[in-house]
Design a protein around this ligand. Structure first.
Ligand code: MSP
Length: 476
């Protein structure tokens, strides 16, 4: 049995969960479930990032006490993940006392190693990004992501000696000791390191909502530096050495490309400085726009994943999000396509297949077919490999080819006619179809867990009976 430790980013609680967050979390869930099915011991971590100026300002704007505001929004993330059948083993909040204590230990450790020094930061800061930003990065004087002017700061900070650790990080990436995927992202990261990066601040003076720096409590730990540590504090760093060494290093940190620099450069450097191993793999998927536009609060085009679950169900939402475009690439989500794809692929494709076959087996064979336990379809190995490689889109396409062929077989063989003239052939055709359906359900276990379970219990029952439609047609 192998251990498999997988994480998502911890999401800022200034925002409600939207389908961008859901996308990463669903992908992580698929991988976590897949590894569990393969018999591996899995730890799947997700959670919320709650400190820093951005969250404090959002709470202020809503006239709420900041911790109460965090509690409320963290709850929304938890509820959304429950709605989407996310099977995380732990939901960490950076306001958890356990996290705060372990972070202080890590910071003291960095200090003991001589990896931080006191200095003055004079420059720009974008609160929307929670990031120190340079003139060069601005577009027309504005942060390109938030379209807002950054703040000018001059304050005492503690700095991390990033430059001392960059050569090690670069070497480990080049040797694939730290794997960065997809390949384009790896090149991007190596390019960034080559250009050279400056030491960065690990604390802030003017921010109040955060964890005090243990060796200078007038400073608050920079929210990103603290947030990254969730990946180790969640599994016992500074608290339970045995548990920590069981899970660390992470087998995969999953995220979108927006935060790759923090994960692939800053985080490994911090870990190496503290004498810890860097993560095994960092996978940064693409970003999606919605109907051609960036999703944003101000444009009002942010889709709540719960609304999709309400309309289509959790498995259909997982399907609709993961089949938009290949995982890893950027893409556009088109609202109109949701219903069209739901009806074509789920109601007519898989749903109809299951309904037709179970109906005919009930009617013509008294619900009885003899299925083989260890039979798989010939594509199974390739499909599983695609899931393991995070090629969810490809996996779905192959599964839906199998579904399409099975529906065609029904049309060609016309079992309702065979029932009148060729009982042996009827039995063979329906048995083969039932077998394929169960195999499809097996392959769907990590991707669409509820559906897979329903199909399996229907087809592995003593008598196969028609059930309620898996995906009732959607009409607007
Ligand atoms: N709090 C930091 C992460 C700290 S991790 C130690 C943060 N939070 S966030 O709420 O902004 O989440 C960013 C992540 O949300 C992305 O990396 C991605 O996983 C997901 N996405 C948010 N919007 C998305 C899209 N439009 N498209 C794809 N993924 C999106 O950054």
């Amino acid at each position: 049995m192998k251990k498999f430790y997988i994480t998502t980013p911890i999401y800022y609680v200034n925002d409600r969960p939207h389908i961008g967050h859901a996308y990463t979390t669903i992908a992580a869930d698929v991988l976590a479930r897949f590894h569990r099915l393969k018999g591996n011991e899995v730890f799947f971590l997700t959670g919320t990032d709650e400190h820093g100026a951005k969250v404090a300002q959002s709470a202020d704007q809503e006239h709420k006490e900041v911790k109460a505001f965090c509690d409320e929004n963290a709850r929304l993330f938890k509820d959304s993940w429950a709605n989407l059948d996310i099977s995380h083993d732990k939901f960490i909040r950076t306001t958890d006392p356990e996290h705060e204590q372990a972070v202080k230990k890590f910071m003291s450790n960095l200090q003991d190693q001589g990896a931080v020094y006191e200095g003055t930061y004079e420059g720009l800061y974008c609160t929307g990004c929670e990031k120190f930003i340079t003139e060069k990065e601005l577009v027309g004087g504005l942060c390109p992501d938030h379209k807002k002017p950054p703040e000018s700061l001059k304050e005492k900070n503690y700095f991390f000696k990033l430059k001392d650790f960059l050569p090690d990080v670069a070497k480990m990436i080049a040797a694939n000791e730290i794997i960065i995927e997809p390949a384009g992202r790896r090149n991007e990261v190596l390019g960034l390191i080559k250009q050279g990066l400056d030491d960065f601040s690990v604390s802030r003076e003017s921010v109040k909502w955060g964890i005090p720096l243990p060796f200078d409590p007038g400073q608050v730990i920079y929210v990103w530096v603290e947030a990254l540590q969730n990946y180790i504090t969640a599994i016992g760093y500074g608290r339970d050495d045995q548990e920590f060494s069981k899970w660390w290093p992470a087998d995969i940190h999953l995220m979108a490309k927006d935060i790759i620099k923090f994960h692939a450069i800053f985080w490994p450097a911090l870990l190496i400085a503290a004498g810890l191993k860097p993560p095994r793999k960092i996978f940064a998927h693409g970003f999606f726009s919605f109907d051609g536009q960036k999703m944003s609060k101000s444009l009002g085009n942010v889709i709540d994943p719960n609304a999709l679950v309400e309309e289509y169900g959790s498995d259909a939402t997982r399907y609709l999000l993961l089949t938009q475009f290949p995982f890893g690439q950027d893409g556009d989500i088109k609202a109109d396509l949701f219903e069209e794809k739901y009806n074509a692929d789920l109601a007519n494709g898989l749903g109809n297949l299951v309904a037709r076959i179970s109906n005919m087996i009930e009617k013509f064979l008294d619900g009885q077919v003899l299925l083989k336990k260890d039979q798989r379809i010939k594509e199974a190995g390739e499909i599983e490999q695609n899931i393991l490689d995070l090629k969810f889109h490809e996996a779905f396409v192959s599964i839906w080819e199998v579904i399409g062929r099975a529906n065609q077989t029904i049309d060609q063989e016309k079992p309702w006619e065979l029932a009148k003239k060729d009982q042996a052939r009827l039995e063979k055709v329906l048995t083969d179809l039932a077998q394929v359906t169960v195999n499809v359900a097996d392959l769907l276990q990590s991707l669409m867990p509820k559906t897979a379970k329903k199909i399996k219990s229907q087809f592995l029952a003593e008598k196969i009976k028609k059930q309620k439609p898996l995906f009732p047609r959607a009409e607007t």
